[in-house]
Design a protein around this ligand. Sequence first.
Ligand SMILES: Cc1cc2nc3c(=O)[nH]c(=O)nc-3n(C[C@H](O)[C@H](O)[C@H](O)COP(=O)(O)OP(=O)(O)OC[C@H]3O[C@@H](n4cnc5c(N)ncnc54)[C@H](O)[C@@H]3O)c2cc1C
Length: 396
Amino acid sequence: MISFELTEEQREIRDWVHEFAEREIRPVAAHYDETEEFPWPVVRKAAEVGIYGHEFLGQTFADPTGIMPALVAEELCWGCAGIALAIQGTGLPVAAIFNQGTPEQIATWIPACYGTPQEPALGAFCVTEPDAGSDVSSMRTRAVKKNGDWVINGRKIFITNGGIADVHVVVAAVDPDLGVRGQASFVVPKGTPGLRQGKKEKKMGIRASHTAEVLFEDVRVPSDCLLGGEERLEARIRRARSGEHSRSAVALKTFEATRPIVGAQALGIARAAFEFALQYAKERKQFGRPIIENQAIAFKLADMATEIEAARALIWRALWESRHGGEFKKAEGSMAKLKAGEVAVKVTEEAIQICGGYGYIRDFPVEKWHRDAKIYTLFEGTSEIQRLVISRAISE
Ligand SMILES: Cc1cc2nc3c(=O)[nH]c(=O)nc-3n(C[C@H](O)[C@H](O)[C@H](O)COP(=O)(O)OP(=O)(O)OC[C@H]3O[C@@H](n4cnc5c(N)ncnc54)[C@H](O)[C@@H]3O)c2cc1C
């Protein structure tokens, strides 16, 4: 049976998160956009009220339809995508630990990523390198086994929460000849000698989110920091060496799982811009009547509304699919992220157009939403890479 009706619990959580976004995030969004500071007070507040942490994540993921994480992401990003990412960015390393870790690793490291309601912590997922962006197979970071420990050397760039995280999950090549199939993920706790933050990036948008280079110089971690454990890694490498087909590229698997939720973040920005532009078009008068009475403006709004609904339908469908069918069969996660990212860019651009010159001025929030939206066609797989994944899936 297909139903788009939200359950009472889903509505309650959505409304609660929306209220938080309206009360705690929106009023400070421009400040953090301007200063590029990490919004610790908002993250602490989120932890205090229970919107941050593994218990909350577990509660939303326990939802039988699978869409609750999207409802939460949409509302937080409706408030501000940069601040929302400061709250939700830890979800990426958590997804890696959840997908790849042993039950003991999941029980230890997921709570460590979030900390406590009194002292929230952060996680970071380190994949991208200067010469390995979309092409994860060309990764140079190496992990070598020495006297029972793993020693990691390499340089990661553009890492959300990089260097300030309490837990870094780093993907490294253990058998570089095997490309992505010779890679493994390691947990590196804060304070491990040799782990340090490099350059902090200044960005076009999502400026409240911390993005930095992370350096690994002879970082030594015990073998139980290898996600999934030694036996599983050895078996995977044996299979890859014997030429057996495998879909278990560690970094790619994590991104596949998180894509619809990333799409929901983009959707939140699009909805914020649409709502603002609609209201403005009703109020702004030119030539003696509200500008919405011009078909040119009303049709823009009609397209924006339609595109938002289409993106949401793809996101919910993908999450429903992954909840009920396990892995995506036709790249539904990529479709959802592709559509939502491009809708967010288009809708925020049209919102600026509807607001005219005011839309281009920082006193109005729409130019920020446009800058924030652009990242959604770039990170966690560019739009081109999503199209590549989809084209492969439909021709399989
Ligand atoms: C704010 C921000 C936060 C980020 N957070 C993280 C993080 O937490 N962890 C992490 O590991 N990474 C993170 N990233 C990195 C991000 O995932 C990469 O930037 C992204 O994957 C693209 O890689 P690239 O920048 O090297 O671009 P490239 O891969 O060099 O791509 C350049 C252009 O070429 C296109 N292209 C490349 N290959 C193909 C192809 N085969 N076919 C068609 N077109 C192609 C791309 O689509 C793009 O348009 C973040 C980036 C930013 C900007």
